[in-house]
Design a protein around this ligand. Structure first.
Ligand code: EPU
Length: 401
């Protein structure tokens, strides 16, 4: 078992470069199998989740080649198996993207149900409702989801909840369907736009990504392309929260994607300086409290909730953090309280009384983002902390240490 041992108490100062967006990469790597031609994808974060997905893609017969550490070539021309039962695939939520990609290309897919981080139930009813609206028959049997269609025909789909996964999955499933598909109440995250741009670079006809209505006109075939993934908004945001006790220049970012995070840091009294593709966060003295509620983009991301809670637990005054996307995302709070934080969770809100400092502790990462948040906490604590279960953190951060 790998661990991080963190000697804390020294404010972070320096520069860090941000890699490609994990959650865009997962959609894009799956979508890359939808053409028989070779696709080259740059700025792929080399993290556990992308490696597992690539192994699953190889497992069904596609050719996968790392050109450099962060550049991958995929050729889906040799896919021979529409059953994705690779043993690790259940462990990543994004396994569901292979359902949409294979269904869109071959009109059939069978994928072991997604698991992933333990942050709440992972319903996929909206994905399945969408596949059915395109004419597919959907079955769940022994933990495997199967979708099959004689013919995929464009449909009008209204999502009951704003969902990143179903929006991306339906863009993939419908881009070679007959006629036009309209997705309403679509998610608007930067990685939705990135996956749409990638599919369009392969010859798809998708308009409106980034707004809540996406229109997809079916095309006959997709072709190869070279594409570079956008920077990871959450990796950047994680370092921005670490800077709430230091001075960090975060390079290779799109500042526009970070607005909900910069707004909160400004409310907390941090200083921010911004360039075209970098952002510097400076905490001079004590930071102040604020309230946060997680919402779909452009709201404050649920994937940043634990990290900002750590910064607020060390801020002067009382803060409230409300989680409105996943029901089980406060599991790190007990760990923080063991370090001296004063946080009480009631329902989906954490009530935080800021403390001056944390003390070191032996900790365990409960999931990906909460794990990253505990590292930030350990960096701020006096003494040496040990963090176990860091394989969660390695799912989404490349070379975090
Ligand atoms: N939902 C449904 N039905 C569905 C799909 C979703 O009720 O069919 C609900 C979920 O239960 C949740 C809400 O809708 O309450 C939003 O879920 P969404 O589908 O947007 O989440 P996801 O696609 O499963 C992705 C990221 C998560 C990130 C969320 C929200 C990937 C692989 N995962 O999950 O990333 O938290 O969007 O932005 O892209 C992470 O990176 O740490 C992570 C958990």
């Amino acid at each position: 078992m790998e661990q991080y041992v963190v000697k804390g108490g020294v404010p972070l100062r320096g520069e860090v470069s941000i890699g490609g967006a994990k959650n865009a990469a997962l959609g894009i790597l799956a979508a890359a199998i939808m053409t028989d031609e070779t696709v080259t994808i740059e700025n792929v974060p080399n993290v556990r989740d992308t490696r597992v997905l690539l192994q699953a893609i190889e497992g069904i017969g596609a050719k996968v080649k790392y050109i450099y550490n962060n550049t991958v070539q995929i050729n889906g021309g040799s896919i021979s198996d529409l059953n994705v039962e690779y043993e690790y695939i259940r462990k990543i939520r994004a396994s569901y993207y292979l359902l949409g990609a294979l269904l869109g290309k071959y009109k059939e897919s069978n994928v072991a149900l997604p698991g992933g981080c333990n942050i709440g139930s992972s319903p996929i009813d909206q994905h399945l409702k969408g596949f059915k609206a395109l004419g597919a028959k959907v079955n769940i049997d022994h933990g495997v989801v199967s979708a099959k269609a004689e013919n995929l025909v464009g449909g009008h789909i209204y999502f009951d909840v704003v969902t990143v996964g179903a929006t991306i999955n339906l863009m993939m499933a419908s881009c070679m369907a007959e006629g036009e598909t309209i997705l309403e109440n679509a998610a608007k995250e930067p990685h939705i736009v990135d996956v749409a741009n990638f599919l369009n670079a392969m010859g798809a006809n998708i308009k409106g990504a980034g707004t809540d209505v996406i229109r997809i006109k079916g095309v006959n075939r997709l072709h190869g392309c070279t594409y570079s993934i956008i920077p990871d908004q959450i990796e950047a945001g994680t370092f921005m929260m670490a800077a709430a006790r230091g001075d960090i220049v975060i390079k290779d970012v799109i500042p526009k994607h970070l607005e909900s995070i910069t707004a909160k840091l400004l409310e907390m009294g941090c200083k921010l300086v911004e360039g075209d593709d970098w952002i510097r966060v400076i905490a001079e003295g004590e930071v102040g409290s604020t309230n946060v509620k997680t919402l779909p983009y452009p709201g404050f991301p649920t994937d940043m909730q634990p990290q900002i809670a750590v910064a607020l637990a060390l801020a002067k005054g009382s803060s409230m953090v409300t989680e409105s996307i996943f029901e089980n995302r406060f599991k790190y709070v007990d760990e923080l309280n063991r370090m001296g934080a004063k946080i009480k969770v009631e329902g989906n809100t954490a009530y935080i009384e800021g403390v001056e400092k944390f003390t070191s502790a032996q900790l365990s990462a409960p999931d990906l983002r909460a794990g990253a948040a505990l590292v930030i906490a350990a960096l701020a604590a006096d003494g040496i902390s040990q963090i176990d279960d860091i394989e969660y953190i390695q799912r989404g951060y490349e070379d975090f240490e």
